[in-house]
Design a binder for this molecule. Sequence first.
Ligand code: LMR
Length: 328
Amino acid sequence: ALLGAALIVPSLSASAAQTACDEGEQKIRFSHVVADKGHPKGEAAAEFAARVNATFEGRYCVEVYPSSTLFSDDDVLDALVAGDVEMAAPSLSKFETYTLAFRIFDLPFLFEDIAAVERFQTSPAGEAMKSSMRDRGILGLAYWHNGMKQMSANRPLKAPEDAAGLKFRIQSSDVLDAQFRALGAEPVKLAFKDVYDALGDGRVQGQENTWTNIYTKKFYTRQDGVTETNHGIIDYLVIVSRDWWEGLPAADRAGIGQILVEVSHEYNRFSFELNELAKMRILENGGAVRRLTKGNREKWVDVLTPVWRQFENEIGASLIEAALASNR
Ligand code: LMR
């Protein structure tokens, strides 16, 4: 009964769903960079807002800003600390300047699927990582799922050598930088909002992302095809400004926190379906999706897993072991 019908038959069309706050309500601005519909983060943020706004009518009002309409992923962390926005949910690959703790999530071919990621996130090690930016003024409250990353370019990517010499857009993560260097490609760090244009004007020839991001932001229309590599993951941390959060009356903090726990639990179950649906939509709209042969998949694994060694010391071999153990 708690599940919204909108999610069961998700709509993949874009729309601006901004909440109008009433006079006297305390605004909670929630900034993100993805589509508001047909996307695990967009749908979960909208549902979180709807529930807080119904429960705290007249007192608090969550206003969701999707698609980088308030801050881009490069600016949102500083904005949160400065008090210019209260909540955000950046991908785990975007915290480099605040903490290196999340590097583990970028190691290629480490997690087999999002269920493994969830087992790791709910382990004591994963739970502890949510507080890794506390001293810098940021608290992590919940993990939200997106899904497995796929790779695309302006030419067919079958074997890893097909990526060599191409420029690939990456999120601001040194692990992802190393990943594309291992392929002999050139990584280019760009904000999410610039990817579509950069694929069109030749700043980059390829990118990696989840089906929902590739579909909702139309990246596939500017690529030869998308190869189902499942070589990594995109997941999120819902974050708040520590000072704002701890300044809330305890009962309100508990109430809003409980809504977030419930929405996270329910909506994380849908991320896989939404990504499968987006893949289907790409095909329906004339996009090409390529499967890797078993032999080629082994080649991608062989070329990319040595990247782990470059980051093993700072991440810690035992944490990598714990992550591997979550693939059961
Ligand atoms: C990206 O920059 O590719 C993603 O992190 C965007 C997102 O938030 O899913």
